[in-house]
Design a protein around this ligand. Structure first.
Ligand code: FES
Length: 176
């Protein structure tokens, strides 16, 4: 009888220690899960903009929206015109204002314009028009494109994207 009384506290103490050990394990698991979740969210938060940066610096030509890109008076029909515009666009989960770059040139003295998205088809840098060489050059990996946007050389997989355009109310409208 006395042995049983003496033994009981030992059993209780063991159970408490075991329970505490389970609690410690649960806390560790909780911390591991929390750390994993925070790490995952951080990786997405940092990774998405990084991928986006590498993948493109301008608004990609896929929103389907028509924007007033420029007043006709601001365009020279004898030149390749660099045009910038601003648009609200989705960037992952955010709704932000972004800048896009286009090039517009005319083959009929300004009655209409051919419009190219300036986004390089390789990794999305903005190409630059080189009037002396009569071609576009990409500053990132030396890709070159004709005035019509076709690939001349470099790593770009396809031509610059030509965008639908129209003239309305003395302005050039472009579907981006
Ligand atoms: S991003 Fe234009 S050639 Fe690489």
């Amino acid at each position: 009888m006395s042995e049983l009384l003496v033994g009981q506290p030992n059993i209780d103490v063991d159970n408490e220690a075991e329970g505490e050990s389970k609690n410690v394990l649960n806390r560790r698991q909780f911390l591991n899960i929390t750390f994993g979740a925070v790490t995952g969210v951080s990786a997405v938060a940092i990774g998405l903009p990084a991928v986006h940066y590498l993948n493109g610096h301008t608004v990609s030509a896929s929103t389907g929206k028509w924007v007033e890109a420029a007043q006709l008076s601001a365009l020279d029909p004898q030149q390749v015109n660099r045009v910038t515009y601003r648009i609200r666009a989705k960037d992952a989960w955010r709704d932000i204002e972004r800048e896009g770059v286009l090039y517009a040139y005319s083959e009929d003295s300004g009655a209409s314009y051919v419009v190219l998205d300036a986004t390089c088809s390789h990794l999305g840098c903005v190409v630059r028009w080189k009037p002396a060489e009569n071609h576009f050059a990409c500053p990132c990996h030396a890709g070159h494109f004709t005035r019509e946007g076709a690939v001349i050389d470099g790593p770009a997989p396809h031509a610059l994207v030509q965008l639908p355009s129209r003239i309305e109310n003395d302005a050039l409208w472009v579907q981006i």
